[in-house]
Design a protein around this ligand. Structure first.
Ligand code: FES
Length: 247
């Protein structure tokens, strides 16, 4: 096929797609959602305050006390790990390539620029660090489960407020996001040659594979929940809203 015929064919397909579908809508929504989340996270991290309210604790901040030698907000001591996990996520990479780099912006729509080299060169080759960020995210998730458990203890007794629900829902969505990760799936059963010798791992791999099919959904739900959890605790801490006890 000649270059002319190829570009003509691409042009016809793109025009036909434009005529029936608003292909630009999804990339635009993704840019708005990701951009809004990044702006809010950066703002919340820079505050350095209002990340704790009674037994509720923001997922953006570390449990430990900020060391004296650290001149910035304590959030930056830990945020780089979950941020690295998100930015190297396979689904994020797809969304980023389509919505930001426009390579391509949608199915049957031509690349916005020539010379795309994929993830074979710096800096995008760093995306291959994802499996290592997964290990750090597992540690972070364990800490968030500890905070979620604390959120249902009031003065030494079991209880629940709206904040408890928010924190438990957040850590549940984050767990679904992490356990549906492609690298986690590989960790569970990806290197096995013979499943019949490892029935437990095979069963786990099957469950993780099912979760993996909706990884995009868990990505977005956990992204919104983690931002909203920080916002809820921040508003409580600032005295703008008050928490409602359920029991
Ligand atoms: Fe998305 Fe691992 S592939 S978190």
């Amino acid at each position: 096929m000649t270059e002319d015929r190829l570009s003509n064919q691409r042009g016809q397909v793109a025009v036909a797609t434009l005529g029936r579908e608003a292909w630009w809508l999804q990339p635009m929504l993704i840019v708005l959602a990701l951009g809004g989340f990044m702006v809010y996270t950066a703002w919340a991290a820079l505050q350095g305050t209002h990340y704790e309210y009674k037994n509720y604790f923001s997922p953006f901040y570390p449990t430990f006390t900020k060391p004296e030698w650290w001149p910035f907000s304590p959030a930056f001591l830990i945020l780089w790990a979950p941020a690295g996990f998100r930015f190297t996520c396979y689904y994020f990479r797809k969304a980023f390539h389509r919505s930001v780099l426009l390579t391509p912006p949608a199915c049957a729509v031509a690349d916005a620029r020539a010379g795309y080299t994929g993830e074979s060169r710096f800096p995008l080759i760093l995306m291959n660090l994802h499996r290592y960020f997964l290990y750090l995210a597992m540690v972070e998730l364990a800490v968030l489960w500890y905070h979620a458990a604390r959120s249902v203890v009031f003065d030494g007794r079991l209880g629940a407020g709206i904040g408890s629900l928010v924190m438990v829902a957040n850590v549940a969505f984050l767990s679904l996001y992490l356990t549906s990760c492609h690298s986690f799936r590989h960790l569970i059963g990806g290197r096995l040659d013979c499943f019949s010798h490892c029935p437990t791992r095979h069963a786990l791999w099957g469950q993780v594979s099912r979760l993996n099919e909706r990884h995009d959904l868990w990505f977005w739900l956990s992204l919104f929940s983690v931002g909203l959890t920080d916002l809820y605790i921040r508003l409580l801490s600032m005295g703008i809203i008050s928490d409602m006890r359920l029991f």
